[in-house]
Design a protein around this ligand. Sequence first.
Ligand code: SF4
Length: 425
Amino acid sequence: MHPKPLSDRTVFIPRMPTANSRAVAAAFRGHGIRAKITPASDSRTLELGQAHSSGEECYPEIITLGDFLRVLVDDGFAPSDVAFLMPTSSGPCRFGQYAHYIRVVLDRNGFGDALIISPTSSDAYEGMGDGSKGLNRSTWWGIVSADLLTAQLLRTRPYEMQRGKSDECFEEALSRVCAVLENPARTGELSAVADALRWGRDRLRSVEKRDETRPLIGVVGEIFCRNNEFTNMAFIRLLEGHGAEAWLTGLREWIHYSNREDELRLRRKKSLVSPERLRSRVRHWVQEGDAAKLEEIFSVDLRDRPEPTHMKDLLTLGEPYLPSDGALGEMVLSVSRVVYLHHHGVSGVVDISPFTCMNAIVAEAIYPTLTRDLDGLPIRTFYFDGTQGTLDRDIGVFLELARSYERLRALAGSTAESAVGLVGT
Ligand code: SF4
């Protein structure tokens, strides 16, 4: 018997983060695929995920596995009615094994009919568009839109006069974008997504804010952990509670990076004019063009939170520490992003990663050198495995370091100014 096609199943998408995953699910629905995000993670997620793991797996794998199992065990979906989206990668760490491992667990537990969809970073997730023309493109619009709205939310929430107002406006804004993405009549209309995004930007702009200066803290690290609120124990909200503003690295950074790796892979194959290379170039070019149009909507609101224009520019910053042609994946991005964030005036950087994450361990080994070279910038890795009892206190301690760094930077700035004044007299 043939397995049920995707069109007859519900596709479950892990929350990475919730906003981006909701937008991706909406784009899927707009192309006729029933799609939902996985249920909000809770203690049951951990119970199921840990029961079917050996303890050697990364924390994000336990969370995604636990949430997939909840759909089958607790929510009663028949395996033949569901598909789970589990992206993969051929990079240097365990991420490439997640989809295979989840397959084994599902098979062993009688859920063999459940499908796993695994778009891969090896072809810059081109497989996302299989079987439905345009899906790849509107998925990209969803990812960029959610990134932009999240950046504006983080720019707004720490200063809101009325508690909860920013989250409320963000929810309305995101829902408006999702409504466009899931409307089959508007599929393929970038201008409709842009209109919804403009509306959302204005909703967030309408939030009344206090005039206040807060330390700006850059957030880098493992993509799932830094983006999934359950996994990182709502780290950014805790940071805001301690008086900081967060500058979170968006999801689209990874797609731009995968695009670049794809380009290099094809170049290494010396496929100068192959159809594959041409297709890849066109896709990247279209993605960059679409992202630029959506980013333009926030050119005023996010002018001091810019994204690097090209991935190459970002990686060049990390080159002296971790050359991007000698290392791969998130370790390169985290190290490069720290330098980028320093150039843009942050008072500290936190790396949010799972306990035993290979990428984080390598990056953490480089951070002391970065601190030395970047005027003493405080950088700290926060590891997560669900057992962080002292997180709130640790964030408080880190922010004290960030505030001291700010004071010293201000002092150095005023000393330099007086020196210039003396020279001028
Ligand atoms: S990035 Fe880190 S946490 Fe994620 S799979 Fe790789 S080693 Fe595990």
